[in-house]
Design a binder for this molecule. Structure first.
Ligand SMILES: Cc1cc2nc3c(=O)[nH]c(=O)nc-3n(C[C@H](O)[C@H](O)[C@H](O)COP(=O)(O)OP(=O)(O)OC[C@H]3O[C@@H](n4cnc5c(N)ncnc54)[C@H](O)[C@@H]3O)c2cc1C
Length: 580
């Protein structure tokens, strides 16, 4: 969608936000683009820019429109060597670079809200850094440049007979963006399941066997390409790095692809699914996880029955399943109805009293959509049933946390969370306030056990949300707790702050610990996510370091990342504070 230039140039953050709510169904496309010599350019081009690299001004907006910059200088390197050239140019000219994938992130790890983009050049990896090369072997591997999307990557892998145990729900994210934040799906071993060689139940970051970063060479006095093997202790800080590095290429281990069935239920009550462990029966979340290993619960506030997805490994098509031949089979979730748009418009004006009624509509749309599209029981290769979120879905904001615990405690974690969440909903409802109008989403994964990487001496990802705790050998799973709402909803950040304070204190005990889901909202205050200085400066470093050996925690990661980028070319003010 190409808008007239004058409208684009006047676009303010406020207008973008309102537009996001009112037109939540629309995939946002950067509408303004101007080259350095163009009369439309709104600021002088970065000086001395390396001429072979394509440079232009372009709008940047993150997923939920909470970060909008109308005209950032952006470039499209043609090769990893170009990125090295850019890094050395940036260092010499006082600029900083930000790797830009599909911009489908929430947290300010690319650029923070309020940035004008001055002094930065975004480096778009999606245009040319997209090569994929698959090698059979033991294990089979794929060497991919980081601008390739998960859609392209998983399609190419499937064509060669390979797949992943679990992947993020959207495919229109880049591999580089996914690995920056230890992206995950939802899987632990189901009953009787033997993991395939090459799989991990942790995050995608745990599959990395080597990676190439643009790194400062003290010997050469310049940035160079440097490849880190998984056995190199310094790779610990690069396997998940929150955008404080630039990775051009990774080699990732592969497993044989599997066929998977996905069944959906909307009949199981929230009371049963999230029951106290003492009252948990066959319809408890833990019971489903124990059986199939792969679940997702989506529960809309004020409703009685969540949408429960259960994925089961199924070598042959089950009789009652419908075979699908591609991804994104829940079309009803990837568009917005007129009724939804009306509600979004109301919320944008501060009128939220219709929230309970809207939530009832939301789950009924799932119910009817599953039937109308024949999607309640589908079967196919893994990449077809594990990708189901398109960029045309509603652009809500989500707060996210990974609770590390034992498999036996999954029900305790979700039950406690549900009890607390509903209690806060009721509290605010009593005040006539409805800060939450999107669903909570719960998934369960394993941890990033370095033993899953099929190389000797594999190192552990320090910054991964799902890094194991060596002092807690029994903690073997992560329960991912996400809370969604429209970003224009009054009071949402206060609600997040309430829940986050409870999450940090409640799961900091003998049965669990918690870490942020880096791509989402965390460190919340009543004003905004990512602004709580105590959480940023103390709670997060402590959570990352807790239970790890000396020299193997937060400070070690910050030191390693700084040592390979002492000029902070790959950073931004938010990351400066976080790692400061
Ligand atoms: C609707 C929706 C659903 C989602 N579902 C899931 C899910 O199921 N599981 C999950 O784990 N995540 C999920 N996410 C989060 C998503 O995986 C992350 O936001 C991811 O970072 C997006 O990738 P991107 O290409 O859009 O990255 P961008 O937003 O472009 O960048 C994100 C960060 O990665 C950095 N980066 C990108 N490329 C590189 C590179 N080559 N080198 C160094 N740094 C780089 C950027 O600088 C930035 O800091 C979801 C997001 C959305 C919007």
């Amino acid at each position: 969608m190409q808008l007239p230039e004058d409208r684009t140039r006047r676009s303010s953050r406020r207008a973008f936000l309102a537009g996001t709510a009112a037109a939540g169904a629309l995939a946002w496309t950067p509408v303004f683009r101007a080259g350095p010599a163009s009369a439309r350019a709104t600021s002088a081009a970065p000086p001395n820019f390396p001429s072979p690299v394509s440079l232009y001004q372009q709008a940047y907006q993150n997923w939920a429109g909470q970060i909008v910059i109308d005209d950032v200088w952006t470039c499209a390197p043609a090769s990893p060597g170009d990125v090295v050239t850019l890094a050395n140019w940036a260092q010499a000219n006082g600029y900083r670079l930000r790797a830009k994938g599909m911009s489908h992130n929430w947290s300010p790890i690319l650029l923070p809200a309020g940035s004008t983009g001055a002094g930065y050049v975004l480096v778009d990896t999606t245009q040319s850094l997209t090569s994929v090369s698959i090698a059979s072997g033991a294990p089979a591997t794929v060497t991919a440049q980081t601008g390739v999307t998960m859609d392209s990557l998983t399609t190419a892998l499937a064509a060669a007979g390979y797949g992943f145990c679990a992947i993020p729900a959207p495919g229109d994210i880049t591999l580089g963006g996914a690995l920056a934040i230890n992206a995950h799906g939802s899987a632990i071993p189901g009953r009787g399941e033997t993991p395939l060689s090459g799989q991990t139940y942790g995050s995608l970051s745990n599959l990395i066997l080597s990676l190439t970063a643009v790194a400062w060479s003290p010997a050469q006095g310049q940035y160079v390409l440097r490849t880190f093997e998984r056995s190199d202790p310094d790779i610990r800080a690069f396997l998940a790095h929150l955008g404080r590095a630039f990775i051009t290429e990774v080699t990732v281990q592969l497993a044989r692809n599997q066929t998977v069935r996905c069944q959906s239920w909307v009949e199981v009550s929230a009371a049963d699914l999230f029951a106290r462990p003492s009252a948990a029966g066959p319809n408890s979340l833990a019971s489903y996880v124990d059986g199939a290993g792969r679940v997702e619960a989506i529960w809309f506030p004020f409703t009685a029955t969540p949408w429960l997805k259960v994925w089961t490994l199924a070598p042959n098509k089950p009789l009652l399943s419908r075979q699908v031949t591609g991804p994104y089979n829940y079309s009803f979730t990837n568009s917005v109805t007129p009724a939804e748009n009306t509600f979004f418009d109301e919320v944008a004006t501060g009128a939220t009293a219709g929230t309970p009624a809207f939530e009832a509509i939301a789950i009924s749309l799932v119910d009817t959509g599953l039937v109308a599209t024949g999607a309640w029981d589908i079967w196919s290769q893994s990449q077809d049933v594990l990708r189901y979120v398109k960029p045309t879905t509603v652009r809500i904001v989500e707060a996210g946390f990974a609770v590390i615990t034992s498999r036996a405690s999954i029900q305790q974690v979700v039950s406690d969370f549900y009890t607390q969440y509903t209690s806060r909903l009721s509290y605010y409802q009593g005040l006539g306030q409805y800060p939450m109008n999107g669903p909570i989403e719960i998934r369960v994964t394993g941890l990033d056990d370095p033993a899953d990487a099929l190389v000797t001496g594999a190192q552990s990802p320090i910054l991964s949300s799902v890094r194991p705790r060596p002092d807690q050998a029994g903690w073997d799973v992560a329960v991912w707790l996400d809370m969604g709402t429209l970003p224009v909803t009054p009071g949402f950040s206060q609600f997040y702050a309430d829940m986050e304070a409870w999450i940090w204190s409640h799961y900091a005990g003998s049965y669990a610990t918690v870490r942020p889901e880096w791509s989402k909202a965390w460190a919340c205050t009543s004003t905004a996510p990512w602004t709580n200085t105590t959480i940023l400066g103390a709670a997060i470093p402590a959570a990352v370091s807790a239970g790890q050996a000396s020299g193997d925690g937060w400070d070690a990661a910050a030191t390693i990342l700084t040592s390979y980028d002492p000029n902070s070319v790959f950073s931004n003010p938010f990351l400066d504070t976080l790692f400061g």
